[in-house]
Structure formats: structure tokens, C-alpha cells
Ligand binder design. Structure first.
Ligand code: HEM
Length: 508
């Protein structure tokens, strides 16, 4: 029976109407009872935090949607201390002990599961699979990220570092006279590198000096994560979201086209026989029957493309901004780099990674990670059936737990003058003022078995690019970007507006 006919039957229509009218108050009564339970009876009731947060999920979600979760969460930590109940089933932490308790391996070699609402198991990739699969896959993938592999890969990477320098020099001699959006150029470089290492070809962003449609899609998808979380938590929002997709087919089609394009590129790379030193060659070299399936390889290559590009570009953008705001730090770094090499060709993988050669640059990188962490929010884990002990206190089963990076790094409990950019705190000879800093809190790559596998590669890129920026250019902040960090927004990752700087050829 069609809906219209069905509604035409008076008794059925009456019944449907009464059901709807009856269900609405029931829905709200359930919400209120649930909230009362959350506040007065829930096992987390004694954890500190505002009552509204304990009662409802909504404030946390609104914060996520507005892009202000990083500062809202920090304000709560400033008020309540190193653990806060952010939502009915969510605890947020800021201490180095919490890092170990939540992300480290336990004495029985088990780990806390990644929170299934954030890490969708539907797709099989290194980031989301369970512990057993992760151990198997990580062992295999580790070959592509070893020091030996990095050394083999360095000619591919160096090509892009040099291309970045060449393209920036062209901008100085071009119509804009060196005025560039440096966030863009860092993104072009790190995306091209990761494209080449994963797909066997760059995206071509450095050559064209612009974002490609694929890159733009990635940024929109990241910005959309908050909406998806909202839709999954609230039935009504979820239904609206489904309707939106139904009535705006272009919306879903765009996403499908993006996924299909990436898959085609990955398939083409997997099918190509070559011994060039990229990720795929190194993984396939060790893959056997006990290795990774096609779906796992495909999913993991997708992870490489996003995890390995935006994060590195963010840190570089933050480092340059803070250096521009702190001219004495910039001068000191420039002096160190220009004094450490005799010519540009000396800036190699071995020289930038050799320990003790560029101590101030290491300190600048650490301080930039602290002040502008590429992953500012929480990577949530879930407590298992036995519960967990975190910061010496029992947490019941099924609770979302994690360290909130922004709050941890800007906490005056962990760092003296937390809002001041001062690389000195990371030098071997720590000034007295910073001797009480808890440096183990800084874990931008997390720790434990799930920590970033690309950390070595990321450091190689960061050192190589920052050293080249210092070696080749004089950099000034453009007046338009003076307030670049005044009102940041975070949607899982930072929303980075353009950062305009003026580049000049090196003066001496
Ligand atoms: C500054 C740069 C980077 C930062 C701050 C960073 C940060 C992180 C963090 C915090 C995680 C843990 C994610 C989680 O637990 O959910 C992670 C994982 C991962 N990162 Fe990075 N990352 C960076 C660069 C890279 C690069 C260059 C690659 C190269 C492809 C990469 C590939 C990965 C992969 C594959 C994982 C998953 C590891 C696993 O689950 O075993 N990352 N990264």
C-alpha cells in the first residue's frame, strides 16, 4: 500500500499520529533520565568536570563542530586538573603518566583498543585493525620505514626538497616578488613526496604551484569529520545527514569519485614492476602468504597519503610562524645552519640527521611540536572488560580515554611559561626556569605499539626543509598574516589559513 493510501485510512493515521505524539515526550524523558543517571549513578560520577558535560554528549560535540574543542578542553583542564570528564563516557588527560598508561603496552603485552567510534574497522588498514593484525602488518610495513630504507629513499625525497627551493626562488623573481603563502608550498611539497612514495608519482602540486583537486578533497573530508561524529551520535542529526546525501547526490558522488581515483592510482602502482625505493617496493619485497592482503595494502596506502602529508606541513608552517614572531630565534637558527655547512649540497640526509650537528634546530622543532602540535586533539582508546588503571586510579570498562595534546602541552603544570615559544627549554643545557618541565609529556607521534611509523621520515623532511629555508632565504612575515595564530580552528587537524611571508634571496 502506498504511503498516501495508507495515511488515508483514518484509524491507521490516528494510530501513527498518537505514536509520534507519544514517542516525542518519551524521547525527551529518556534523555533526562539518562542525564540524571550520568550525573548521579554513573561509575565516572566522581571524576571532575562540569555537570553539563557529565550529563550530555552535546557540549563536546558542539565544541568539535565549532572547531574550538582544543581551547574548550584546555579551559576545562585548567579548571579541573590533569583529568577531566569531557562527556558522559569520556575522560581526558594531560600527564606523562597518562601517556604511558593509555598508549603503552601493559605488562601482559596487551594494549588498550582504539575507540571503535573513531577508528572504523569496516576498512582494513594499519591504523584501525586490532592488535593481532596490527602486529603482523606493522612488522611488514616497518621495512619501508627503517633507517636503511630511508637512506635508499633519500634521493627521491631530496628531489622534492630541491624543487621546493627552486620554485620558491622563482617566486622571488616573479610578479609577486617573493610574497608567498608558505602553508601552501609546504603542503605541495609534503603531498608530492607522499604521493611519489606511495603511488610512484607526485601529485604535481609543486610544479603547478597550487592545490590539486585530490588535495582539496582530502582537506574537506578532514574538516567534515566533526559532522560525521555528530550524525553518528544523534539519531535525528543522522537522519538529516542521510536525507542530505539522498537529495544532494553530488555530495556522495564526489566522495565516491575521490575514493575510486585513489584506488585506481594505488592499483596502478601495485601492478607496476619496479625496484625504485618507495614504500610499495619495500613492503612488497617482504610480503608473503602471511603478509598483507590486497585490501590491507590498499587501505594502508590510503593512510600513508593522508597521515604522511598534512601533519609534516603543519609542523613546518607552525615552526616558520613562531620563528617569524621571535626574530632572535630565527637569527640564531640561521646562524647555526649557515655555519654548519659550506654549501647547499652539504645539506644531506646524513648531515641533517647526524646527532649534535644542529642542536638549536632540534630545539626549535621540539618547541614547535609543543606550541603547534600537528595532532592537537585526543586519539581515543577504550578501556577493556577489566577496566584500567590510569594515573593510579581505576577507570571502569568501556570508557573513552586519551591524552589531549594541546591541553597537555599548554599546561603550566607540565611546562613553565607554557604560552611562550622558547626553544631553549629543549637544549642540553636547560635554563633554570625550565628545569621543572615534564618533557616526557611531549609525544606528538604518541608512544607505544601504535606510535607513528613515519616518525623517522617526518624528522628527515622537517630537518631537510627547515635547514634549506634557513640556508637559502631571508624570510619576513607579511602584515596580512600577523594574526595567523590569533583565532585558530581545529577540525580533528588544524584548519590552517594561508600564511603569507615575504621571501628574499639570502643576503650574504
Ligand atoms: C610531523 C609529522 C607527523 C606527525 C605529528 C604524526 C603523528 C602521528 C600520530 C599521532 C599517529 C598515531 C595515530 C593514532 O594512534 O591514531 C601516527 C600514526 C601513523 N603515522 Fe604519522 N605523523 C607524522 C608523519 C607521518 C609520516 C611522514 C608518515 C608516512 C607515511 C606517517 C604515517 C603514519 C602511519 C602509517 C601511522 C599508523 C601507525 C600504526 O598504527 O602503526 N606519519 N602519526
Amino acid at each position: 500500500m502506498a504511503v498516501a493510501e495508507w495515511l488515508a485510512v483514518p484509524n491507521l493515521w490516528l494510530l501513527a499520529k498518537s505514536l509520534i505524539i507519544g514517542l516525542i515526550p518519551l524521547y525527551f524523558v529518556t534523555i533526562i533520565f539518562n542525564a540524571l543517571y550520568n550525573v548521579f549513578l554513573h561509575p565516572l560520577r566522581k571524576y571532575p568536570g562540569p555537570v553539563l558535560r557529565a550529563a550530555f554528549q552535546l557540549p563536546d560535540l558542539v565544541s568539535l563542530l565549532r572547531g574550538t574543542a582544543f581551547k574548550d578542553t584546555k579551559a576545562l583542564h585548567d579548571r579541573y586538573g590533569s583529568v577531566v570528564r569531557l562527556a558522559p563516557n569520556t575522560l581526558s588527560y594531560t600527564s606523562s603518566q597518562a601517556w604511558k598508561d593509555i598508549y603503552g603496552l601493559k605488562p601482559d603485552r596487551s594494549e588498550l583498543d582504539k575507540h571503535p567510534a573513531y577508528y572504523k574497522r569496516a576498512s582494513r588498514n594499519l591504523l584501525v585493525v586490532d592488535q593481532a593484525d596490527h602486529t603482523r602488518m606493522r612488522k611488514l610495513i616497518a621495512h619501508a620505514f627503517s633507517d636503511t630504507a630511508l637512506l635508499e629513499q633519500s634521493p627521491i625525497l631530496t628531489k622534492y626538497f630541491d624543487l621546493l627551493v627552486a620554485r620558491l626562488k622563482q617566486q622571488i623573481d616573479g610578479p609577486e616578488k617573493g610574497r608567498v603563502n608558505i602553508v601552501g608550498w609546504f603542503n605541495f611539497t609534503t603531498f608530492d613526496i607522499i604521493g611519489d612514495m606511495t603511488l610512484g608519482e607526485p601529485f604535481g602540486a609543486l610544479e603547478q604551484g597550487d592545490y590539486t583537486p585530490w588535495m582539496r578533497n582530502v582537506f574537506s573530508a578532514i574538516a567534515f569529520l566533526g559532522v560525521i561524529r555528530f550524525a553518528e551520535t544523534y539519531l535525528i542529526v543522522g537522519l538529516l545527514f542521510l536525507l542530505l546525501q539522498k537529495f544532494m547526490p553530488s555530495f556522495a558522488a564526489k566522495r565516491a569519485a575521490h575514493l575510486e581515483y585513489t584506488q585506481k592510482k594505488i592499483d596502478a602502482r601495485l601492478a607496476r614492476e619496479t625496484d625504485r625505493s618507495d614504500f610499495v617496493t619495500q613492503i612488497l619485497r617482504h610480503n608473503d602468504d602471511r603478509g598483507m592482503s590486497y585490501q590491507e595494502l590498499l587501505g594502508t596506502c590510503r593512510v600513508f597519503l593522508v597521515a604522511g602529508s598534512e601533519t609534516t606541513a603543519t609542523l613546518l608552517s607552525g615552526a616558520i610562524f613562531y620563528l617569524l614572531q621571535n626574530s632572535s630565534c630565527m637569527e640564531r637558527l640561521k646562524l647555526e645552519v649557515r655555519g654548519a655547512f659550506t654549501n647547499a649540497e652539504d645539506i644531506t640526509m646524513r648531515s641533517v640527521t647526524s646527532s649534535g650537528k644542529l642542536p638549536y634546530m632540534e630545539a626549535v622543532l621540539q618547541e614547535s611540536f609543543r606550541c603547534y602540535p600537528p595532532v592537537p586533539s585526543t586519539l581515543p582508546r577504550i578501556t577493556g572488560s577489566e577496566g584500567s588503571v590510569i594515573e593510579g586510579k581505576y577507570v571502569p570498562p568501556g570508557i573513552s580515554v586519551g591524552v589531549h595534546q594541546w591541553s597537555a602541552y599548554r599546561s603550566s603544570t607540565n611546562f613553565a611559561s607554557p604560552d611562550t615559544f622558547d626553544p631553549d627549554r629543549w637544549l642540553p643545557d636547560v635554563p633554570a626556569k625550565y628545569q621543572g618541565d615534564d618533557k616526557a609529556v611531549l609525544q606528538p607521534f604518541t608512544l607505544g605499539p601504535r606510535q607513528c611509523i613515519g616518525k623517522g621520515l617526518a624528522y628527515f623532511e622537517l630537518r631537510s626543509i627547515l635547514a634549506r629555508m634557513m640556508w637559502h632565504f631571508e624570510i619576513e612575515l607579511d602584515a596580512e598574516s600577523r594574526d595567523w595564530m590569533d583565532d585558530p580552528k581545529e577540525f580533528a587537524l588544524w584548519h590552517k589559513p594561508p600564511l603569507f611571508v615575504k621571501l628574499k634571496h639570502r643576503a650574504d
